[in-house]
Design a protein around this ligand. Structure first.
Ligand SMILES: [Zn+2]
Length: 353
């Protein structure tokens, strides 16, 4: 048994608390057995929910470092990444994905939404990559058809094996084909999500008409587009480090002012290491000149916002809403400390409540 005390992040914000931890069998997270609000006699620490990475593409972990290029050349349909994914050996891909997933765990992440390329084959790969480690986190597969066309049989099979549908970009598709996919997903209560307005502005009314669970990016969205999303309670996932790779930045304060629930993700494995601590810092830094965001709001984008707004249910692994990170505590205000200073080496341990 050991105790920690310090700021503890609840849904409403930080409270002072003292917690008692008990070890369990090897390979099982220690258990939080006692929570006492306002206690302060344990080892000083900051305690927050484990990090939620709301958007990754695990597949590109096979690529060490990308060449230079724009969005279409590197990650668009038929671009560099897709050419590599089509040519690599399946076993090599699975082992690269497995390393990437282990990195996620090491970085204090226990919930992930993976936009899965490659149709049924892609689902098979990620399932193989998680064998033996999937009980440690909640990995949500958002798969998509193999090509840019609707095939009823393929969709039926995908829908029986996926947690959600995650489409490349609205403009990559023929609208009628995309409507069929969205309709099938919605009929089966499978969340339908897509990238939107990353490179160019896309027609938000047509996108929302598809019945979307969440949108990714929205960099080129207008204020009216954001208000339209807010009025339908559509969360937006932003990935600022991936956007910076292409000389772009999301306007997060504008999204928040429009009333959007914002979540954070690290996007393509080949563009950004899945480190949510770095992602939070970048989100904070790029927002200062746009009116600024409170560090606590940024921290929520990597913890409670996705738990509440995205709340996907994984077919593999287990729900990890009850896992917490115990972090080294410094002298600064806790949210500012986590967002701007804490690194993976400051994770003392992961506990289950
Ligand atoms: Zn993406």
């Amino acid at each position: 048994m050991r105790t920690y005390s310090g700021p503890f992040l609840r849904e409403e914000g930080f409270v002072q608390a003292e917690i008692t931890i008990e070890d369990r069998a090897d390979n099982v997270s220690p258990k939080l057995v006692d929570f006492e609000e306002s206690g302060d006699s344990g080892r000083e620490a900051i305690i927050i929910p484990t990090l939620f990475n709301s958007h990754v593409h695990t597949g590109d972990s096979i690529i060490d470092a990308p060449p230079s290029g724009n969005i279409a050349e590197l990650v668009g349909p038929g671009g560099y990444k897709h050419q590599i994914l089509e040519s690599v050996d399946g076993d090599d891909l699975v082992s690269a994905m497995r390393c990437y997933l282990k990195d996620l765990l090491r970085l204090g992440i226990r919930d992930v939404i993976d936009f899965r390329e490659g149709g049924l084959k892609g689902i098979e790969y990620i399932r193989k990559a998680t064998e033996g480690i999937c009980d440690k986190f909640n990995l949500n597969i958002f798969a998509r058809p193999t090509g840019l066309n609707y095939d009823e049989d393929e969709m039926e099979k995908i829908l029986s094996m996926t947690d959600g549908i995650g489409i490349s970009a609205f403009r990559d598709w023929d609208v009628d084909q995309l409507k069929n996919i969205a309709e099938d997903a919605n009929k089966n209560n499978i969340p339908f999500a897509l990238h939107c307005s990353e490179d160019v502005r896309e027609p938000i009314d047509d996108v929302l008409e598809l019945g979307v669970h969440h949108l990714v990016h929205m960099i080129e969205a207008t204020q009216e587009d954001l208000v339209a999303c807010a009025s339908e309670n559509i969360p937006i996932v932003v990935c600022p480090r991936s956007n910076q790779f292409f000389g772009k930045e999301p306007n997060i304060p504008e999204m928040m002012n429009a009333g959007i629930t914002v979540c954070l993700g690290t996007d393509n494995a080949m563009l950004a290491y899945p480190n949510m601590l770095r992602e939070m810092e970048t989100a904070y830094r790029i927002s200062v000149s746009r009116g600024g965001i409170e560090p606590l709001d940024i921290l929520m984008m990597a913890t409670w916002n996705p738990r509440k707004a995205l709340n996907p249910t994984s077919l593999i692994g287990e729900q990890s809403n009850n896992h917490y990170l115990i972090l080294e505590k410094g002298k600064r205000e806790p949210a500012y400390e986590v967002v701007t200073k804490i690194s993976a080496k400051d994770i003392i341990e992961v506990v289950e409540w």
